[in-house]
Write a new protein. Sequence first.
Length: 313
Amino acid sequence: MDKSSKKSGENSVFFFFFIPTLMLIIGYLIFLYSPLFSESMFLYIPLFLGLILLGIGFFLKTNLMACKMKILGWGSFSFFWATQPGYLFAPSGDVFNAGVCIIGTYVLIYIGYHEWLSIKKNEQIPCLDWIAGGTFLAGIIYFIIDTGVIPGLKDWLIDVVAAQTTTFFNIIGLEAYKEGPIVFYNGVPVTIIFACTAIQSIVLFVGMIGALPNVNLKRKTLAMLVTVIPIYFLNLIRNVSVIFLVGGEITSFETAHNIIAKAGSLIVLIVLLFITFKILPELYDEIICLFDLPKRKGPVENFFIKYLRKKAR
């Protein structure tokens, strides 16, 4: 390896650690608590800019400009997530989700790094296009609803899920009623929020399936039907279960929601993912391709290999 190549490798390793760490520090210092409305509006810039750039890179496919668009897209999108841990670590926040955001910031930069590596090696890695396209599709759908780009859609969806959750109670012979987004059972109120609509899981599968290349519409549609519909109805059962456990004083909301319901949801998503693999084996190939990215042994991977060898001595 010549000196210029070695220097370039050292710089890439430095920036891989420096950029996401700097983003997280800035995000934590500026957005320590829940952001004000004006601050939230500011965060929409890197959020939607990142998603749009990823979408452009996905549709451009494999040329040099596509890689550059995706690098910029991953950088912008990761900055948005780097601003989230500050208020998630707050007393009323979610420490688990904060940790996911921290790890996610590095993961997104790592994917962008592999786009850079593709340019350096003049290689085409199909799953890099797929993950960019899947993130664009899932992200655009989710955040258009969540940020209120379409006025009233978020509140309407929450109200529908609250109403259907209440109806489910009545169908199985249990008395419940709703007031706005709040469902009452045994006099105990539980508020249905946006996350209770299962929209996150739904758009995840829509993005993964919709971005698959060289798969006909019929198989994509079938895969979405066997995932999206079960997710929606199983989520109603999840809501009913949580409210029943809390309203019946069987367990606390934290245990019912954060442990029992989340564990059940994870199992369901894994089962549905394996069902999707049967219909779309291409999805399995793309996921395995992502896990194989470290095998490309770029500067970052070589740094970790050298570090682990030193630790093993």
